[in-house]
Design a protein around this ligand. Sequence first.
Ligand code: GDP
Ligand code: MG
Ligand code: ZN
Length: 309
Amino acid sequence: MNGRVLKSTGSNYEVLLENGEVQDCRARGKLRLKGYRSTNPVAVGDHVDVDEVEGEYVITNIHTRDNHLIRKATNLSKESHIIAANVDQLILLITLKSPNTSCGFMDRVLVSAESYHIPSVLVFNKIDVLDEHDMQRLEDLIVLYRGLGYTCMSASLLEDVPKELIALFKNKVSLLSGHSGVGKSTLANILQPGLDLKTAEVSSSFNKGKHTTTFAQMYPLADGGFIVDTPGIKGFGVVEVEPKELSHYFLEMRELLPECKFNDCQHIIEPGCAVLKALGQGKIAESRYASYLSIYRGEEGPYRKDIYV
Ligand SMILES: Nc1nc2c(ncn2[C@@H]2O[C@H](COP(=O)(O)OP(=O)(O)O)[C@@H](O)[C@H]2O)c(=O)[nH]1
Ligand SMILES: [Mg+2]
Ligand SMILES: [Zn+2]
């Protein structure tokens, strides 16, 4: 039988089977997808084969993953923990007021998602609280990020919810990301009344240094699709990308890379750099290049504490 892992608690898995039942499963010993050195063999979002033997359900096979979110088990460890697999999209909620989301934060999340091969959609919320000046900033940002190829939309979730926003989630596995207070819980509740994402609550205790052992979980939406909740995991924004690879995850830089004079160009001071040339011509936004430099130099910024999925 085919199934989809909804929840993992270390050694037991909740799997949605193709017949619509949710069953507790264990994984067959030594089950492991080739090429992974993770502490957990089976991850939330995995497509699996399940066998039923005398009322016991056993995961016998993991299908190849389209993508996966991964964290190092500890800073020193080579082993990693797979947070979730086969995520279709990241929905990044942004507010320009209460709270303000900086370009630096947005770019960190986008680069992070890009490095996991997860497409992102930008949703600007709380437009009801914006004045004329903020509205201009909003328009500029939408022009910038649409120009990069990202889908952008704006909303005021308390007033009315755009149909296109709801439609985004249909039959997709989505991660909701954004600062605390941007409206993640509000949106989750609109999509699935009663859905209580743990993200914010656990994340705030996480910030106080408490250890949390809560596991990621995938919640089915009534209209089809899933939201992945990753309590306590600041999986986005803390970019785990080698500095020399970083420009691959800035969409406007990626296409210029073959034009840099040096193969190993880092786009900082090198002669014949196509990125610096495009920056000088105004073809790359200064805010984007500033984000590039900030991530490249390993600056986390004061907003780091609020970062979570
Ligand atoms: N003015 C305004 N407030 C909103 C909007 N969407 C959500 N809020 C409010 O913003 C606060 C934070 O929302 P919440 O969903 O808890 O954010 P979360 O921390 O990202 O989960 C709540 O008081 C919401 O009612 C909106 O479009 N406009
Ligand atoms: Mg919340
Ligand atoms: Zn260059």
